[in-house]
Design a protein around this ligand. Structure first.
Ligand SMILES: NC(=O)c1ccc[n+]([C@@H]2O[C@H](COP(=O)([O-])OP(=O)(O)OC[C@H]3O[C@@H](n4cnc5c(N)ncnc54)[C@H](OP(=O)(O)O)[C@@H]3O)[C@@H](O)[C@H]2O)c1
Length: 316
C-alpha cells in the first residue's frame, strides 16, 4: 500500500510517499481503509522531533514508527479477534497512528462511528482538534463571558462553536482576514490581534495561540476566572513552551483565579459526544484546504508556514 513515511526528523521534506506492507489488525485493533486523514500540529511535532523531549518517546535518532498521521476517517476493512464494537464495512472516525496511508490499524477505543451528516474529509478534520476544544471547555458555564484566543485555528474554530452552544457570550481573537469567519461561527464579538489589545475581562479564557504571557492572560481574567492553556508553541526547542504551563500550575493553588493546562485525551467517548453535537447541527468543521496523500509534505508546510483557516485534510 501507499503511505507517507519518514526515516529522519526534520522539516516537511522528510515526508516521502512509499510503498510499504499493509498493516494487520491484531487484538483490539481495527484495520481501516483510510478515506481521509486530518493534518494536525501534533503530526508536525512527531515529524520534526520537536520539542526534543518528543524524541525520548519516539526514538532518539529517528522515529521508530515510520508512518505519520493521527486523525482518521474511513471504512472498517478487517477487525482483530478481540474487537467488539465494529464490523467490516462500518464507517468510522477517530485517531490512530499512521493515518497518512491507504490502510491503518487503530485501537478500537480511539474510534467511533462516523457522523452520518459528514463526508470522510469533514470527519477526518474533527477528532483531535474538536476533541481538544470539547475537553478544554468542559468547565465553561452558560452565561459566562468566554475569550477564545486563536479562534480561527483548528482548535479555535471548534471552540467558538462549542462555547456558543454552551450558552456563553463568546469573544474570538484572530487576525484581520479571519474576523468574518469567526463571526460566522457564532462569536458575539471579535478582536483583531494585529490591531487591538485585549482590554476587557473574561470569566473563561481558552488560549490556543500561546503568544501571551501569564501576566497578560491573568489581567484579562475576572478575579475568579479560569484560564485553560491549550497551546504553547512560541518558545523553547527543549520544552516547546511548556514552561508557561508549568508556571501556571505552580501559581494556581495560591490565587483566586484558576490556571489550568489541558492535556486532551483521544478516546471513543469524546468522538461519540462530538458525533451527537454534529448530528444535532451544533458543530461543523472548517476545512482550509484538502490535499492528495502524495502532497502530505505541502499540507504540513502550510500548517506551519502560513495561517490556515480551520483544518487541513488529506484525501486518500
Ligand atoms: N493541550 C492539548 O491537549 C492540545 C491538543 C491539541 C492541540 N494543542 C495545541 O493547541 C495549539 C493550537 O493548535 P491548532 O491546531 O488550533 O493550531 P492552529 O490551527 O495553528 O491555530 C493557532 C491559531 O493561533 C492564532 N494566533 C497566532 N498568533 C496569535 C496571537 N498573537 N494572538 C492571537 N492568536 C494568534 C492563529 O491565528 P491567525 O491564523 O489568525 O494568525 C491560529 O489561528 C497548538 O499549540 C497545539 O500544539 C494542544
Amino acid at each position: 500500500m501507499k503511505a507517507i513515511v519518514q526515516d529522519r526528523y526534520g522539516p516537511a521534506d522528510v515526508l516521502q510517499l512509499a510503498e510499504i506492507d499493509k498493516p494487520v489488525a491484531r487484538g483490539k485493533e481495527v484495520l481501516i481503509d483510510v478515506r481521509a486523514a486530518g493534518v494536525d500540529i501534533g503530526t508536525w511535532h512527531l515529524m520534526a522531533g520537536r520539542p526534543y523531549m518528543v524524541r525520548l518517546a519516539m526514538g532518539l535518532r529517528r522515529p521508530r514508527a515510520r508512518v505519520r498521521g493521527r486523525d482518521v476517517a474511513g471504512v472498517v476493512e478487517a477487525v482483530g479477534p478481540e474487537v467488539t464494537r465494529f464490523r467490516v464495512g462500518d464507517e468510522v472516525y477517530g485517531t490512530c497512528d499512521g493515518s497518512f496511508a491507504e490502510y491503518a490499524a487503530g485501537a478500537e477505543k480511539r474510534l467511533a462511528r462516523k457522523p452520518s451528516n459528514l463526508t470522510f474529509e469533514q470527519a477526518a478534520a474533527m477528532p483531535i482538534s474538536a476533541g481538544t476544544a470539547l475537553q478544554g471547555l468542559s468547565d465553561l458555564k452558560s452565561g459566562q463571558r468566554a475569550l477564545i484566543i486563536g479562534a480561527a485555528g483548528a482548535v479555535g474554530t471548534f471552540a467558538v462553536q462549542l462555547a456558543k452552544h454552551r450558552g456563553a457570550h463568546v469573544t474570538g481573537v484572530c487576525s484581520t482576514t479571519k474576523l468574518d469567519l469567526v463571526r460566522e461561527l457564532g462569536a458575539d464579538e471579535v478582536i483583531d490581534y494585529t490591531q487591538d489589545e485585549i482590554t476587557e475581562q473574561y470569566d473563561f479564557i481558552l488560549d490556543t495561540a500561546g503568544a501571551r504571557t501569564l501576566t497578560e492572560l491573568r489581567r484579562a481574567l475576572t478575579p475568579h476566572g479560569t484560564l485553560m492553556i491549550v497551546g504553547a508553541e512560541t518558545s523553547g526547542k527543549l520544552l516547546g513552551g511548556l514552561d508557561r504551563g508549568l508556571r501556571a500550575l505552580l501559581i494556581s493553588p495560591f490565587i483566586r483565579q484558576r490556571l489550568a493546562v489541558l492535556v486532551s485525551t483521544e478516546k471513543a467517548e469524546v468522538y461519540d459526544e462530538l458525533r451527537e453535537l454534529i448530528e444535532a447541527g451544533a458543530l461543523k468543521p472548517v476545512i482550509d484546504q484538502s490535499y492528495p496523500l502524495a502532497d502530505a509534505a505541502s499540507a504540513v508546510r502550510r500548517l506551519t508556514e502560513t495561517h490556515a483557516r480551520g483544518k487541513l485534510v488529506l484525501t486518500i
